[in-house]
Design a protein around this ligand. Structure first.
Ligand code: COA
Length: 182
């Protein structure tokens, strides 16, 4: 991984792709990509772009990365702090993750997630949770973690990736921007 002035050019990534932090001008392009990615998504709520805006307004985006291809924002990933058993923790929740439908399946989502997880580790996060497809997130090391619970969806869709040895126990709550829709 090359790190150049906050820009991330990942070895093995599509050659014209750049992963970088969001800038103040990126809001509309991020919202557009997120909306298009979740349109007709079987588990989409239609509120994902609003969640990103609310996280940003609350200054709760611990990581907020875009994938830029040929100068266009084509993918996005966020991470924000989660509470466990009603307590603040150094654990984080991954998402939303979104890639422009026309360029899905080209590795953009994987590079965004890998860089997001690397940044969380650098920020001394203790671990990350995600709600999503085990077949996809398992490839990044996410697994079901007994004792770490997210009420509602079937338990196999809620996974954890510890960065340290200790995994907290209890019910996980995402930032209130998710309003129960994480
Ligand atoms: C999920 C998503 C972010 C993946 O991004 P991407 O750039 O298309 O993914 P990559 O190119 O890195 O990886 C593609 C691989 O993931 C697999 N994959 C993609 N979505 C998947 C899913 N929902 N379940 C299982 N596997 C999935 C593909 O089959 C492909 O597998 P392969 O490598 O064996 O060919 C993107 O498809 C997307 O935006 N989807 C709509 C929104 C969404 O579901 N977001 C995640 C929930 S927050």
């Amino acid at each position: 991984m090359l790190i150049l002035c906050g820009l991330y050019a990942s070895a093995g990534a599509p050659p014209d792709m750049l992963i970088r932090h969001e800038t103040p001008d990126d809001g509309p392009a991020i919202a557009a990509v997120v909306e298009r990615a979740f349109t007709d998504h079987p588990h989409g709520s239609g509120t994902e772009a609003a969640i990103v805006r609310a996280l940003r307004a609350a200054d709760a985006l611990v990581v907020s990365l875009v994938a830029e291809v040929e100068g266009q924002v084509r993918g996005y990933v966020a991470a924000s702090a989660v509470q466990v058993a009603g307590q603040s923790t150094s654990w984080h929740g991954l998402g939303p993750v979104a890639v422009e439908p026309a360029v899905q399946g080209q590795g953009i989502g994987s590079w965004l997630i890998a860089e997001c997880l690397a940044q969380l580790r650098r920020k001394a996060s203790s671990g990350c949770v995600v709600l999503g497809e085990p077949g996809y997130y398992g490839r990044f090391g996410f697994k079901a973690a007994s004792g770490l619970v997210y009420p509602g969806p079937p338990s196999e869709f809620f996974m954890a990736l510890p960065f340290k040895s200790c995994v907290p126990q209890g019910v996980v709550a995402y930032h209130e921007a998710f309003a129960g829709e994480a």
